[in-house]
Write a protein of this length. Structure first.
Length: 126
């Protein structure tokens, strides 16, 4: 079973986004910040099943681009979907395994992006 890690510090947004993701994907885990996400990635049992990260955090101490870069030092091929907050731009994020959705985006756009990124990863590992 592939795990999707949702990084979201806003409880309401986390509830909505996790609920939406769980309608299509069976294993969604939410953390509140980048530090917690990076700690989980260091745990081999969790990392072994991690399929992608959906990041919409506004974490103190680390920017979104720095979080994605740090995540990719640990798992270079891990897909990361960044949900823009209106202050960031796609050019803030580099790499083949990163996709950026501009705000505003619909839940259908988010689900489609997650599905496409997971499918692309599954094709490469098959």
């Amino acid at each position: 079973m592939t795990t999707i890690l949702l990084v979201e510090n806003d409880p309401l947004q986390a509830f909505v986004r996790k609920s939406v993701l769980e309608k299509k994907f069976s294993d969604v885990r939410r953390v509140v910040d980048a530090a917690e996400a990076l700690c989980l990635v260091e745990q081999q049992p969790f990392a072994a099943n991690l399929g992608m990260v959906v990041s919409c955090h506004h974490s103190a101490g680390i920017s979104g681009p720095a979080f994605v870069a740090e995540l990719h030092t640990r798992m270079p091929a891990l897909p990361v979907l960044v949900l823009g907050n209106g202050e960031e731009t796609p050019s803030d994020y580099a790499g083949d395994h990163v996709r950026f959705l501009h705000k505003p985006f619909t839940t259908d756009e988010m689900l489609a992006a997650v599905g496409q990124m997971l499918a692309k990863t599954e094709r490469k590992t098959a």
